[in-house]
Design a protein around this ligand. Structure first.
Ligand SMILES: [Zn+2]
Length: 369
């Protein structure tokens, strides 16, 4: 049974423990203790800290069940800044910060729901799946906690990633492939008034490239952006260097790659057109995934949500979470709405009822899996 009072006290404890990315140890110790004191549950901290660079490994736990299948529940322990000294304020059942920090409901709402679901399941005699818990470090700054897991960590298990900003009952069935780039145009510096003929403007190369790129939402559903431009030194110097950074995303891996290739071709053409060179580097930040709306795991979660009276539905996300990394490590991750709103801002809030609903949903999933 899920206990709403216990959910509230776990959540309020968690948000008052500082956990900026890389410094998740206090939250990890709290979660370790909370999970270790649940009857039948084993919990430990994994040995990935040297790989991720955090002051703790990821928190792991396992609650054995009677069915021969394991359902994983995950959330992340780190918060974006400003997140030190959070003072939670409750108004009408909704928790806010005092306005000077984020709340950290992203993703401590997910953690509180997971801990409570494991507690509830440990008290039940009903047949259920085994439950694996994974609480990661450094999700916000590059998904490093999940990246530090071994490549063969999962073998097709479903992973419920409790980190969505929609309401509990909504399931993200897709997330994009995401490429980023950094390109440095190199021209030739020269005095802009005395010898402009001898110069090659790197800024002009960058400007032409950007003007030729299709940016924003593209016709094929992909998105592309130039996020930062920097270059030049003085008004009377033809700029020899200009650095441009940006990204593109698509749910379809081929479309994402195609968008990347056409942006790269424009970078090269711009440099050649103005007599310079460009040195560009592309990084696949994470791989995407996409489930059919009638995927059995999706249907099972939606059924569980409906059985609890929640509004059930599917969405496709435009951003990346640990789910993208876990997918590449052999899991079948689905991101569940956790009820958080205005994330990454000092207005962030979460309704206690939503955390309770998510805990009930996780419990119902483990029972029906
Ligand atoms: Zn998050």
């Amino acid at each position: 049974m899920i206990d709403p009072k216990r959910v509230e006290s776990t959540f309020l404890d968690l948000v008052q423990l500082d956990s900026p990315s890389k410094f998740e140890a206090p939250v990890a110790q709290y979660c370790l203790h909370a999970l270790q004191t649940i009857p039948g549950c084993t919990a430990w901290i994994d040995d990935t800290a040297p790989l991720s660079g955090s002051d703790t490994g990821n928190v792991r736990a396992f609650l054995p069940g009677s069915k021969p299948v394991t359902l994983y529940l995950t959330a992340h322990m780190d918060n974006v800044e400003p997140c030190r000294g959070v003072k939670p304020v409750i108004r009408d059942g909704v928790v806010y910060s005092d306005g000077t920090t984020v709340l950290g409901g992203d993703d401590k709402g997910g953690i509180a729901a997971i801990i409570e679901a494991v507690r509830g399941l440990s008290q039940s005699d009903e047949p259920r799946a085994s439950v694996g818990v994974l609480l990661t470090v450094q999700e916000e700054v590059g998904l490093f906690g999940s990246k530090s897991l071994p490549d063969d960590f999962f073998h097709g298990e479903t992973v419920l990633v409790c980190d969505g900003d929609s309401k509990p009952g909504i399931v993200d069935v897709g997330a994009p492939y995401h490429y980023t780039f950094k390109a440095e145009f190199r021209g030739v510096a020269s005095h802009a008034g005395v010898a402009p003929e001898a110069g090659r403007s790197a800024i002009q190369m960058a400007a032409w490239a950007i003007s030729q790129m299709k940016l924003g939402r593209l016709e094929n559903g992909a998105s592309a952006n130039v996020g930062k431009v920097s270059g030049g030194s003085a008004n009377n110097v033809i700029p020899a260097s200009c650095i441009v950074t940006g990204e593109c995303r698509s749910l379809d891996g081929d479309i994402a790659r195609g968008t990347m290739e056409s942006m790269e071709a424009i970078l090269q053409e711009a440099a050649a057109r103005f007599g310079g060179t460009v040195d560009s580097q592309w990084t696949l930040e994470y791989e995407g995934f996409r489930y059919a709306d009638d995927d059995p795991a999706v249907l099972r979660i939606l059924d569980a949500a409906r059985s609890l009276g929640l509004t059930a539905g599917t969405e496709v996300s435009g951003g990346g979470t640990d789910a993208n990394i876990l997918s590449a490590k052999g899991a079948r991750p689905l991101v569940l709405g956790a009820g958080m709103t205005d994330i990454h801002s000092t207005k962030e809030s979460i309704a206690l009822a939503d955390i309770v609903d998510l805990a009930r949903l996780l419990e119902a999933c483990a029972l029906s899996w």
